[in-house]
Structure formats: C-alpha cells, structure tokens
Design a protein around this ligand. Structure first.
Ligand SMILES: [Zn+2]
Length: 701
C-alpha cells in the first residue's frame, strides 16, 4: 500500500512501523500545568520485536532463547515474588521518579524551543519524513517510527532495565554473570521480553516491575528526528528491530495548540483540560503507535495542583496522594491491551455527585433478567480468543456482576441536575446492558459531564464516559438513551475494536442499535410500548439518513471504503485512514444510521431473540480482539436457518449496504414508515396533546 501522503487530501496517516516493533506497555509520568497549558513529562515504552523480525540464527542467541523458554515453564508455577500488598507501595514510588526531576532540570534550556514545531526540533540527523520502509532501502540504521505531532521531544534514551535492584528475583535471564557488552544488551532485551509476556495471573507483579524498570537509569542516548506526523528513533549501527533497544524513555512536552487535548473552562468557570475525541487521537499527547493492531496496556502517574481531579482510562479508582506541598499525584493502570487511541484523560475541578436521598431503583435478578438460553452456555465453556490478560469473562464473580461500580463527576453548578437526572439512570442502564449482552468487559465506570465546548453528545473510552451537558435537561429520555449508547461501546468499539478504522460502522451502528434495546429494558416498557418507541426512533433516523445521503459526497457514504483490501497495511505496518481528517465526515451520521438500519434489517430476518443470542456469542468470541465487517457477518449468517437466509450472503450485504453509497434500494423501510404514519394518525386523534410533547423530545435525538 502506498503511504506517501498528498497534503491536499484529508487522509490521516498511521506512520508507526508496527510490523517491525510493537509497543506492549506505556508508562507515563506527567505534570499538568494550567498556567502554561502544557503537559510535560516522561514516557517509557516497552517493546517487542515484530514476529517477522525475531532473531533466528547465531548459536549463543539460540542458547539464550532456550534458557528463557525453560525459565518460562518453571516460573509459571512459582509463587509471585511480590506480595499483593506491596503492589500499591511499589506503584506510588513512581511519584519520586528521579527522571521526572531531571526532565524538569532541562526545562530552562528547552524552553526557548517551546514554540517550535516538530520539524525544528529535529536533532541534526538526516530526516526521512514519511518514509516508513527505510529498512528495505539498503544498509541503513533501523528506524523506530512512532505516531506523534505537535509535541516537543527533548531527549530519547535506552533504559537499562538490568540495573533494577533485585531484577534477578523476577528474571532468570538476569542471573547470567557474563558482562560483555553484547550479553548486556541481550540481557536487557530478555528482561523486557520476560516482563511483557508474564502470564496474566502475575499482573500485579508485572505492573510493579514496569514501574521499577521505567525508573531505571539510562544507558545511552538515542538519535531522533521529528516529522509532521512522526517521531523517528534510531541507534547508530543498529540495523534490525531485533537489535534495537526494547525499553526506551522519551522526555517531551505538549504544546498549548496541540489538537489531542483542549484547554478550557468548565461550566463553573474553572480551568480544565481533557481529550475531546480528536481525529488525531492521542498523538499530540504522547508519542505512540496509533494503528489499532498495536494493542497495549498502560499505567500513568499524573501530578497537578491539589484542587484538581484527574480522571483517566484506568481500571482502578485512583485516590490522590500528596507529591509535594499543593501538588497531588494520581496513579491509574489498565491490564487489558487496547489501542493507544482509546486512552482518555480529563483534569479539572470537578466534584463527585453522590446520591443524597433517593433509593436506586435497580431491578433484582428475578424481575429483570431474561435468562440466557441453553445454547448460550455451550460457547461460554470455550476459552477466550484474545491474548492472555486478566479477563473478566474468565472471572466467575465478574461474569455475575450486573452493575459495575460507577461514579459521576460534574462541575459544581451542575451537581444538582446530575443528581436528579443522571445518577439513578446509570445502574438501570448498566443492568439493562448486562441483561442483553452479559459480562461487562470493564470493571468500573466514571461518567463525567464535560465542558460546553465538547462537540458531541457523548464519548466512550475504557472505564470513562464523557457526556455533554445537553443531555441533562428534557427528562430522562435523552440522557438515558445517550448513556445506553455509550455503555454499548464498552462492547462494540472498545472490547471489540475495528481492525480498520474506516469501518467505523461496526462500533457506531451497533451502539445505535443497542441503545434502543438497552433503553427499552431500562425503562421496563411493555412489548407494545417498546415497539411504538423503537418505530418512532427508526422513522426519525430514516429521515435524517435520507437527508444526509441527499446532501453529502457519495464517497463519504460508503461504510467499508477499503472494500476487499480492508485491514491491509504496508510492509512496515503503516497505513492511511481514508478521509480521517475530513471535517465534514466528522459531523456525519451515516456510519451510525446506515449501520443501524443494516443491523435492524438483520434482526428482522433472524428474529430478535436469536439475533440477540448471536450478539452475545459474537462478544464472547471476539472481545479483546479487532474485527472486520466480515467477522461479524459470517458468524451471524452461520446461525441463520436456510429458509430465513433467502439469498442473504456476506457478499450481498457488502454489495447492498457496506461497499456502496446511498441507501439499499430494496430496503422495505419506507413502506413501513408510511404504515406507521397512518396508524399513528389514528392514535393522534385520541391523544393529540400527549403525543405532541413526546415528539418535541424525540426531535432532539
Ligand atoms: Zn476474555
């Protein structure tokens, strides 16, 4: 695939050469300064060599590898070296990181460059912008390419993980006593390899050693250069990914104009900063591998003034600890590998909304649950299909949890409104989602009412949902449906990601379809009420889709723009996201609506009960993984009995729905709409006033 970019086009480049090396874990150590509107700090990347580039020859290297394999087998049954109770002690050590201090020490010399662009930061080595396959161009140094823009990179170095005190307790490789330079280098790589491949039951020990390794001294600066979209790192004389350092530390700071975060004030007039869902994702927040294939875990320590709250994609509900007078530090982590683009942070003077005097109306098991069929349990017995991580689907207690722990944060002036309209809806919606799809993929949830400059109604990230203040007034309907939509993204969009970002419909179509299902269950409506409500919403969506299709570029209406080459990347792993930076596309709803109508028509073919059973099977099979459209469609069609299928194939769905612009010609929806309008006119005559009120609310959807 061609990765040269036409600057006049609106495509988004994914530059990282993930086929050569993959980031497995990020350790972020950041200071948030509201005066200068800069986030500054250190990031440590733990890398694995890409599968095609692993060492295969050289006898001593093989010896090392086989010893490592032995180590793995022995260690799997060993007790954890680090007692569980020590994990948090270990974690909090990151606050006293010497390197963060030395990073600050450089501030004076680097400040004069503070406003320079990436290009001007280049450190004097020859630039090779937009060139991802440098390795194949001859006998040159290997380049590690990271996605990055609007960042001031100050320094890059290799981390001497072998220098971590008592690392030999953890790593058998570290017991080697030979001290030649080559062996030292291999030793460091072996330690990182053992660390990133630790079995999931040792996740606490793993996090602890990630922290300690991230604080280890450096062992040599690395050369780097920055381009418009990338940070390229090389080590002089190193020509292959296998020989490249596997733990690297980058000192950097963000720029106030960087597009990953927005610095603004909340509704109470107090300063805040948050990741607002930029098309460039997090590449102006930290250097990373953006392609979704680079699934990684992360941990982050964030320091800021004591009156601020730091919320983040993390599975722990962080409690602040004092770093120094007036500065608090917040520590979060995740153990489920996810694309770096899903990392989300929000720092502001928000307050937690707590219930004062109402009793949460969460349904009990018996009232509410729709028992899963016997067929559901057959595939439950199969293991997970993803890489090893501490998965909730394998944890019996987690699989029974209808409502995960949740918190709500809001600016002071909206606290009362949130308590009244939002707080009691959350357990209802979470419970409805559980009764539809089963196990919650994430262990907890924070909901934040974001500042008024937020450009959409909601955004879902791991462990955190952003909601616009616009959903708060107007009764529970708007707030409830939006909450259900964002909760649905925990499964579709987060636990199951799109392998190709242009197939956005997989997350948005499903979330739009499921918000109706969840919301109907959350309200405990009768079958007839559900039908009327869902038909009405379908009608409004149909009109919106029809208008959009008539008034937008045809190319932007295609849900699978890469067609048969979807998911393909260049030899290095780089690719481009078609129209990823198109301003018009960002506000289009065609992916939501056309995706929704496809799923709705499939539900009608299959019948709702067996359709929802298929969705549960799909999330069980594909959670923790990336999918393409065909993964879902093939699985679904397998479950449809022949007589119902009537010519429905993956190819026909591509042809009619996903690979073409416009709306499928034979979609019988228009007919049903007319029928609905006629039926509705009769109802209106009897209850005109009530219906009018409802319609006002629906118009806003
Ligand atoms: Zn799993």
């Amino acid at each position: 695939m061609e990765t040269q970019l036409d600057p006049l086009k609106d495509d988004l480049p994914l530059m990282a050469n993930t086929s050569h090396m993959l980031v497995k874990h990020y350790v972020l150590d950041l200071d948030v300064d509201f005066k200068s509107q800069v986030i500054e700090g250190v990031i440590v990347l733990f890398l694995e060599t890409g599968s095609r580039h692993r060492r295969t020859s050289s006898t001593d290297k093989e010896g090392c590898q086989s010893q490592f394999d032995e180590t793995c087998k022995i260690r799997a049954s060993e007790p954890c070296h680090i007692p569980v109770s020590n994990a948090s002690v270990c974690s909090s050590k990151v606050e006293y990181n010497d390197f963060a201090v030395s990073g600050k020490g450089e501030k004076d010399t680097s400040d004069k460059n503070g406003n320079h662009s990436n290009e001007e930061q280049a450190s004097g080595i020859s630039s090779s912008k937009n060139c991802c396959d440098i390795e194949s161009h001859g006998n040159k140094d290997f380049l590690l390419v990271l996605d990055c823009c609007d960042l001031s990179v100050l320094k890059v170095e290799e981390v001497d993980v072998a220098a971590v005190l008592d690392i030999e307790k953890f790593s058998m490789s570290a017991k080697l006593t030979d001290v030649s330079k080559e062996v030292e280098k291999n030793l460091r790589d072996q330690i990182v390899h053992e660390l990133v491949t630790l079995p999931s039951h040792r996740w606490q020990e793993q996090l602890c050693y990630y922290t300690r390794c991230s604080q280890a001294p450096g062992c040599g600066e690395l050369l780097f250069t920055t381009g418009t979209w990338s940070l390229e790192i090389r080590k002089s004389g190193v020509q292959s990914p296998a020989d490249f350092p596997h733990a690297i530390r980058i000192w950097y700071k963000t720029k106030p104009e960087g597009r990953s975060v927005t610095w603004t004030t909340d509704q109470s007039g107090r300063p805040c900063v948050y990741t607002m869902g930029s098309p460039i994702n997090n590449r102006a927040l930290f250097p990373c591998q953006e392609p979704p294939i680079a699934l990684s875990t992360w941990q982050a320590s964030v320091r800021t003034a004591a009156n601020f709250v730091v919320l983040m994609s993390g599975e722990n509900s962080a409690k602040p600890v004092q770093f120094q007078e007036g500065i608090m530090s917040w520590y979060y982590y995740v153990t489920m590998p996810m694309p770096a683009s899903t990392f989300t942070i929000a720092v502001g003077c928000w307050q937690e909304v707590k219930k004062q005097c109402f009793t949460a109306a969460v349904q009990t098991e018996n009232e509410f649950s729709l028992p899963f069929s016997q067929a559901d349990f057959r595939w439950h017995e199969e293991g997970c299909g993803h890489v090893d991580y501490p998965c909730r689907y394998q944890n019996p207690a987690a699989t029974l949890q209808r409502v995960i722990p949740y918190r709500v944060f809001a600016p002071r002036c909206l606290m009362e409104c949130c308590e009244e309209h939002l707080l009691q809806l959350i357990p209802q919606c979470l419970s409805a989602a559980y009764s539809t799809l089963g196990t919650h993929p994430f262990s907890r949830l924070d909901v934040l009412i974001v500042p008024s400059n937020f450009s959409s109604l909601g955004m879902a990230s791991p462990h955190i949902i952003f909601l616009s203040q616009s959903v708060l007034p107007g009764g529970s309907h708007l707030c409830g449906t939006r909450l259900c939509h964002e909760i649905a993204h925990a499964w579709f969009g987060l636990a199951i990601g799109a392998r190709d970002w242009t197939e956005e419909w997989i997350s948005e179509g499903f979330a739009t379809f499921l918000e109706d299902v969840f919301w109907a269950r959350a309200q405990q409506l009768s079958h007839d009420e559900v039908k009327v409500q869902q038909e009405l919403k379908a009608l409004l969506r149909w009109r919106r889709l029809r208008d959009e299709v008539q008034n937008s570029e045809e190319e932007l209406q295609v849900l699978r723009p890469h067609k048969e080459s979807t998911g393909e990347v260049s030899e290095s792993g780089a690719s481009i996201v078609k129209h990823g930076l198109n301003a018009e596309k960002i506000f289009m709803q065609v992916h939501y609506l056309k995706g929704y109508f496809l799923l709705r028509s499939l539900a009608r073919t299959l019948g709702e009960t067996s359709y929802l059973a298929s969705l549960r099977k799909f999330v069980h099979k594909f959670h923790g993984q990336l999918v393409l459209s065909q993964d879902f469609l093939s699985m679904l069609l397998e479950d449809i009995p022949e007589q119902k299928k009537s010519g429905l194939t993956v190819e026909s769905i591509f042809q009619n729905w996903l690979d073409t612009s416009g709306i499928p010609k034979h979609c019988a929806f228009e007919l049903q709409v007319t029928k609905w309008i006629r039926a509705n006119q009769r109802i209106r005559k009897s209850g005109k006033k009530k219906r009018k009120q409802d319609e006002v609310v629906f118009q806003k959807v």
